[in-house]
Design a protein. Structure first.
Length: 393
């Protein structure tokens, strides 16, 4: 077991109608002039945005709004948000939506609290020294950005998608009302469940340290999401299943499921970031499409973890060699993806990259890693990344 730091300063307010408490939470954390940042028209059509602004109006809290956050959120909108906040003298950010709006708000917060170009942080040229405080009203259970230290932004020039992590970016509060996720299309619900599971699996498949309690919590979280994802496929209005998935999303990416190990593998995410940057695919679907090829490439180097995963999460029979059990676990995970209509390869994802595209993605992925190498289950260099991309066709 390795030493670890577990830091989760976000105040969570969970349950029905909790968005009605937004004004009191903004005041609690010192906000007087807000930027309300959101994505497309869903928060408008559902009436959520009006409920939020009515609550703020009644409390005498002023605000400006900025919509337009998209999946794989764009750097250009971040720059627009920074300029607007400076002009309007904003002192608090409120993201209303899913991971895209939250990640974009975090990037705006970094840009406001630090001199220079905010992209420098995502390009690993320097570290942030602060972030404008922000709160969240979550509408999609997926990225865990509502409690995490991380955000991911896409630079339109060159289609470069990069993540940045800093404790400064952790939200001050997160309002989690499972009812707000009930209007999601089935595909987005499934993508979210996939992303939640992958945040824990990235930390689980490691050759660096382990802690029995952490492993048991990770396995329990994975089983819970797997079970409730299937419930939601047939009963998308099921409140209890929505609540289980929403809470799992927060716990999967606030650091809990990685305590005591080396921080995890994260190469499936790194590989998918290049897919998202180049093809603008849904993040969860991209993860599902690449995971099986990654797993088959690395499992022999992390056999003990893949066997445990097969037995304790995918519940395969304890029969045969360790390698046979591990492979059964990988196959069972892919069967689960198919059962919730997630892709298991790039063809099923709906993209047809050329080999030149695969070479470019591998090169860009390696360029975003220290020394061009990443991973814990197995160390991957550019050639290995290219092999995984080719296998995922």
């Amino acid at each position: 077991m390795f030493d670890f730091k577990y830091y989760t300063p976000t105040k969570v307010v969970f349950g029905k109608n909790t968005e009605s408490r937004v004004a009191e939470l903004v005041k609690e954390f010192g906000g007087t002039k807000l930027l309300i940042h959101y994505g497309g028209g869903s928060v408008v059509r559902s009436g959520l945005l009006k409920r939020v602004t009515d609550t703020l109006d009644a409390a005498g809290i002023s605000y400006v709004t900025l919509g337009g956050a998209v999946p794989n959120p764009h750097l250009g909108l971040v720059y627009e948000g920074i300029e607007l906040c400076r002009k309007e003298k904003v002192d608090f950010l409120l993201a209303v939506g899913g991971g895209s709006a939250i990640d974009s708000a975090k990037a705006i917060g970094y840009g406001l609290a630090n001199e220079g170009d905010v992209w420098d942080f995502y390009d690993y040229k320097r570290k942030a020294e602060g972030c404008m405080p922000l709160g969240v009203i979550l509408t999609i259970a997926a990225t865990g950005s509502e409690m995490s230290d991380s955000s991911v932004i896409t630079k339109e020039e060159g289609l470069v998608k990069r993540g940045y992590s800093s404790d400064f970016g952790r939200p001050r509060f997160a309002i989690l009302n499972p009812e707000l996720t009930m209007t999601l299309p089935d595909y987005q619900t499934a993508c979210g469940c996939t992303d939640i599971m992958m945040h824990t699996m990235e930390r689980y498949f490691t050759n660096g340290g382990n802690m029995e309690l952490t492993d048991s919590m990770a396995e329990g979280l994975l089983r819970t999401v797997k079970k409730n994802a299937l419930i939601l496929k047939n009963d998308p209005k099921n409140y209890d299943a929505r609540a289980e998935v929403m809470w799992a999303g927060s716990l999967a990416h606030n650091g809990l499921t990685g305590c005591g190990n080396d921080g995890g593998d994260w190469m499936t995410h790194k590989l998918e970031h290049e897919l998202g940057g180049l093809y603008d695919v849904a993040h969860g679907a991209g993860l599902a499409a690449i995971w099986g090829s990654w797993a088959r490439y690395v499992y022999k180097n992390c056999l003990h973890r893949f066997k445990r995963f097969a037995l304790n999460v995918m519940e395969v029979e304890d029969r045969g060699s360790d390698e046979e059990i591990a492979l059964c676990g990988i196959e069972a995970m892919e069967d689960f993806y198919r059962s919730i209509d997630m892709p298991t390869n790039l063809r099923e994802l709906g993209i047809k990259p050329t080999d030149e595209d695969l070479v470019l993605m591998a090169k860009k992925c390696a360029a975003g890693l220290s020394g061009g190498v990443g991973g814990s289950a197995r160390k991957l260099d550019e050639a290995a990344m290219l092999a995984i991309y080719r296998a995922s066709i």
